[in-house]
Write a protein that binds this ligand. Structure first.
Ligand SMILES: [Zn+2]
Length: 249
């Protein structure tokens, strides 16, 4: 199936197919208004810039709306960095929703759900302050079985991992660069009235690339970014120590 190519073009065609097969793109609040509905969710695990690219593609398709979830506790990006704040605000300005992507492993919470709820609310509050937009949706980053089974309920917040969005909806995901089911066939068959689709912008590129190449290029570019950052912020003479060519493989 085309979406397995993980290109921007394949994603556009997938959305077009969803719309042509009678589904309306709804969100976590509006879905009840429609008989056949798809919710588009994107977890930003690695790279805000790629999420912005996705947001632009969707916006260009008659304002298709998705929900984007931002991590605050990750070593891959800093949501407080000016360029990332700009990116997240841009996603919202394109008509999308922004929520918190929460990583339970960053905290010691001893399987105490009340304790975890407080950490979630703290991060929601922080994200609101960063982007100056109210945040009322969350998704979980690689949730444990315990958390999934706890049916966590955070006051005033929609949990996209609640039983509602998993059991009442057909759930499709491209996690780990793999669609476990034929998502396109499921859309064409139209058997499910409510579908919840998770895609990770990190995996998508202009041209088809292998998963290995995507990961490899990401690591190499990461080295280059570290080099440039050291040059800009800490070591103006880094070139005397290590030449840029030395880390460009
Ligand atoms: Zn995640």
């Amino acid at each position: 199936m085309g979406i397995c190519k993980f290109t921007y073009n394949a994603y556009q065609k997938f959305i077009t197919s969803i719309l042509h097969n009678g589904y309306v793109i709804g969100n976590y609040q509006t879905y009840t208004d429609f008989e056949k509905v798809c919710i588009l969710r994107h977890d930003i695990d690695v790279d805000i810039a790629k999420a912005v690219k996705f947001a632009e593609i969707e916006h260009a398709m008659d304002g298709v709306q998705a929900s984007y979830f931002v991590l605050l506790n990750t070593s891959f990006y800093n949501a407080f960095e000016a360029r990332n704040i700009k990116g997240i605000k841009k996603i919202a300005n394109l008509g999308h929703l922004v929520g918190l992507h929460f990583d339970e492993t960053q905290y010691v919470w001893g399987k105490n759900i009340n304790c975890l709820t407080e950490y979630i609310l703290k991060e929601v509050n922080l994200l609101e302050q960063i982007i100056e937009i109210p945040v009322n949706i969350i998704s979980m980053h690689r949730p444990s079985k315990f958390l999934l089974e706890s049916n966590l309920c955070v006051p005033g917040i929609i949990n996209t991992y609640s039983a509602l969005f998993f059991k009442d909806f057909k759930y499709l995901s491209d996690s780990m660069h793999t669609w476990r089911e034929d998502a396109e066939k499921i859309i064409i068959d139209g058997k499910f009235k409510r579908i919840h689709i998770l895609t990770h912008p990190f995996w998508y590129t202009d041209q088809p690339e292998t998963m290995r190449d995507k990961v490899y290029n990401f690591i190499i570019n990461g080295n280059l970014q570290l080099y440039n950052e050291l040059h800009k912020s800490v070591l103006p003479n880094i070139n005397n120590l290590i030449k840029q060519e030395e880390i460009e493989i």
